[in-house]
Ligand binder design. Structure first.
Ligand code: SF4
Length: 482
C-alpha cells in the first residue's frame, strides 16, 4: 500500500488541519479510534467491503476507498457480509442505476439484523439529484452519500456518519480541486491505474458523464511523474494513464503541456516497462501523439478509440466533432505509424433517429477499421442529456436486429484480427493464476490480448517470453520460452 503519512504522528489536541490531504489523515486517525472501540465491544475485527461499478476511473477510486478503510483499521473483504459496505456507483446507462437499487434492497435487510452496520454510496449515480431524492425517501437506512468531486473527503465524512444516526449527504455540483496522495490498496502489486485528469468538456449529446464528473481539470505533470516514480519503487512495471478524455490532457494547466509531452516524461521513468492510457477522443488525437507512440519503447501498441457511430450525420447530432472520413484517416495514420497496433472501440446502436443507412455506415467503418474487439451498446436514454429529449427514438425490435448484425460482424473480424500473432513469441506480463486451471497462468500481451500458458504463481508480475501456439478468438494458448 503506497502512502505518505504516519497516523501515529498525528496529534488530536490540535484542530483538524485545513490543508489536504493532511486533514483526511487526521480524520482517518479519528475513525481508527472509533473502529478500535467497536472492535473491543464486538470482540472481533471490523470488516469492510467496497463494491465497484463502472469504468477504470471508478476502479482506481475504489482502490483509494479500500486504502483509506484499511488505514482506519477495517479488514477489507470481498463479500457484503461486512460491518461497512460502500458502493462506488456508475450511471452511464440506466441499468447501472437499477442494479444498485436491487443490491441496496438486500443490504437493507442485512442492516435490520445488524443495526451497527454502516452503508455508504458514492460515485457518478450520486451526482443525479433525482437519485438522491429517491434515496432520502425510499432508502433511509443508508448512512453516507457523497459524489465524485469530494471522494477524497471520505474519511472526514465517514467520521461524521459514525457519530450520527441520520444520513450524511455531501454532494458537490463541481470542483476545481484535485487531491491525490491518499492511501490506496491496489488490486495488482505490479500494475496500477494513474489518474491524469478528471471531468469532460465534450458534452456528447447522449452522455451523462460531463454532468456527473464536471469540467476537465488536469493534474500537474510533476505530481503524476512523482506518483509513478513511487509506484515504480513499489514494484509497479505497468501503468494505465486514466481520464475521460486523455487526449485533451494539460489544456487547463497554468503551463499547458500536451498529452504526448506527458507520455514522453513518463517514458523516462526507470522501472516502468509498459505504458497504457484510456480513453482517447478521436477529435483530439494529434499527429504528435501518434509520433510519440511510433517512437516509444514502452507505450503499448493498443488504442481504444470510441467510434460510437460510422454515420457523419449521426456523429454531428451526437456532438462528437469528427466525421466518418476523419475517423478513418486517424485509423490509417495509426496503422501506418504502429503496424501491429490493436484497435478497440465503443459503438452505440439505436441512437435517436438512426436510419438503416446510418447503420450501414457504422458497419462500413467496422469493416475498414478491423477492430480487435468492440464494446457494443444499445442506446440508453439518460435523463438530463440532450438526446433524451430527442424525438424518433428507434423501435426496440429494430435496435435489437441491428445490434445482432453488428455483433456478428465485430466478432467475425475480431476472430480474424485476434489470431494474427499466432506462431510468434512475444513478451507477456503475467497477471494471474488461470481461473479455470490452476496449472496455467494468464498473461497480457502488449496489445492487450490475453494468453494462457502452463506456469505457477512465482511468475506473477514478471514480463516473460511466451510462444503463441494457438489463437482462440479473443485469447491465445501458449508456452513459456526460457
Ligand atoms: S467524450 Fe463524450 S462520451 Fe466520453 S465522457 Fe465525454 S461526453 Fe461522455
Amino acid at each position: 500500500m503506497d502512502k505518505k503519512f504516519d497516523l501515529d504522528k498525528i496529534e488530536f489536541c490540535k484542530e483538524p488541519p485545513i490543508q489536504e490531504p493532511d486533514r483526511q489523515y487526521y480524520y482517518m486517525k479519528k475513525c481508527r479510534e472509533s473502529v478500535k472501540a467497536q472492535e473491543a465491544a464486538l470482540g472481533r475485527p471490523l470488516t469492510a467491503c467496497v463494491q465497484n461499478f463502472g469504468c477504470q476511473m471508478n476502479a482506481r477510486d475504489s482502490e483509494k476507498l479500500r486504502g483509506i478503510l484499511s488505514e482506519i483499521g477495517y479488514q477489507i473483504i470481498d463479500t457484503e457480509e461486512a460491518d461497512f459496505v460502500i458502493y462506488n456507483t456508475c450511471t452511464v446507462r440506466e441499468n447501472a442505476n437499477l442494479k444498485v437499487y436491487g443490491h441496496l434492497g438486500t443490504l437493507g435487510h442485512r442492516k435490520r439484523k445488524n443495526p451497527h452496520m454502516l452503508i455508504g454510496l458514492c460515485g457518478c449515480m450520486m451526482q443525479e439529484p433525482q437519485v438522491v431524492e429517491k434515496l432520502k425517501t425510499s432508502y433511509r437506512f443508508v448512512d453516507l452519500i457523497f459524489g465524485t468531486h469530494n471522494l477524497y473527503k471520505f474519511a472526514e465524512l465517514l467520521c461524521l456518519a459514525m457519530d450520527s444516526d441520520r444520513t450524511i449527504i455531501d454532494i458537490w455540483k463541481d470542483t476545481d480541486k484535485i487531491v491525490e496522495d491518499l492511501p490506496c490498496q491496489r488490486k495488482y502489486a505490479f500494475k496500477s491505474g494513474v489518474n491524469i485528469m478528471f471531468g469532460c468538456n465534450n458534452f456528447c449529446s447522449y452522455c451523462i458523464v460531463p454532468y456527473v464528473r464536471g469540467r476537465e481539470r488536469s493534474r500537474n505533470p510533476e505530481d503524476i511523474v512523482n506518483e509513478i516514480e513511487r509506484l515504480a519503487k513499489d514494484g509497479v512495471v505497468e501503468v494505465m494513464l486514466l481520464g475521460q478524455n486523455v487526449n485533451s490532457y494539460g489544456k487547463n494547466l497554468e503551463t499547458p503541456i500536451t498529452f504526448a509531452e506527458l507520455l514522453r516524461r513518463v517514458e523516462q521513468i526507470d522501472g516502468i516497462e509498459r505504458i497504457r492510457f484510456m480513453t482517447s477522443h478521436p477529435k483530439d488525437l494529434s499527429d504528435e501523439l501518434i509520433e510519440v507512440m511510433k517512437d516509444s519503447k514502452k507505450i503499448c501498441p493498443h488504442m481504444h478509440l470510441p467510434l460510437q457511430s460510422g454515420s457523419s450525420r449521426l456523429l454531428k447530432i451526437m456532438n462528437r466533432k469528427y466525421t466518418k472520413e476523419q475517423y478513418l484517416t486517424l485509423v490509417e495514420k495509426l496503422r501506418a505509424a504502429v503496424p501491429d497496433i490493436s484497435l478497440t472501440t465503443d459503438i452505440i446502436v439505436g441512437f435517436p433517429g438512426e436510419t438503416e443507412e446510418d447503420f450501414q455506415e457504422t458497419l462500413d467503418v467496422v469493416r475498414q477499421a478491423r477492430y480487435d474487439s468492440a464494446f457494443t451498446f444499445i442506446y440508453s436514454k439518460r435523463t438530463g442529456t440532450p438526446a433524451a429529449a430527442m424525438e424518433n427514438q428507434v423501435p426496440e425490435d429494430v435496435v435489437k436486429d441491428r445490434f445482432d448484425r453488428l455483433l456478428e460482424l465485430v466478432q467475425q473480424i475480431s476472430k480474424e484480427m485476434s489470431s494474427r500473432l499466432e506462431g510468434q513469441t512475444v513478451p507477456v506480463l503475467v497477471e494471474e493464476v488461470n481461473t479455470h486451471d490452476k496449472g496455467y497462468m494468464t498473461g497480457r500481451l502488449a496489445n492487450n490480448l490475453l494468453v494462457h500458458f502452463p506456469g505457477d504463481e512465482a511468475l506473477l508480475g514478471k514480463i516473460v517470453k511466451v510462444h503463441l501456439a494457438q489463437g482462440k478468438g479473443f485469447y491465445y494458448m501458449g508456452e513459456m520460452v526460457q
